[in-house]
Design a protein. Sequence first.
Length: 158
Amino acid sequence: MGKETKTNAMRMLDRSKVAYEMIQYECDAFIDGLHTAALTGAPVAQSFKTLVMKGKSGAHYVFVIPIGEEVDLKAAAKAAGEKSVEMIPVKEITAVTGYVRGGCSPLGMKKQFPTFVHETAASFDKIYISGGRIGATIVLSPADLIKVTGASYAALTR
């Protein structure tokens, strides 16, 4: 794979000497995780989306949850130790993370924010997450994602 195809997420894994697989797919614009899983053949139960939220304190947090589920804001706030959290506006995603909507990976953001991974990820040998751009998916072990991001497992969905 040439250097031009690497994303910040992949470079972060390479620097950490973490084994991963990258799946590329044809896509010109944002599509949701369910459609991405269908395009790539990734098992839905093992596919996770990345959500970036802001706490009442003003701090940003990253939540990695199953693609077919919705975040429970109270559970997310509790995990982050905040009174409340809310999604950041779509127009702020690139400024905050360095990624675009639909290509936001929990790895390699402009800054490493506190990260929480839905507890079900721990039951899989590998999970599928955004590769850091639209059209790229990274497959890696959830333990490696936790190690590289310093994340914690938490109950995050309804």
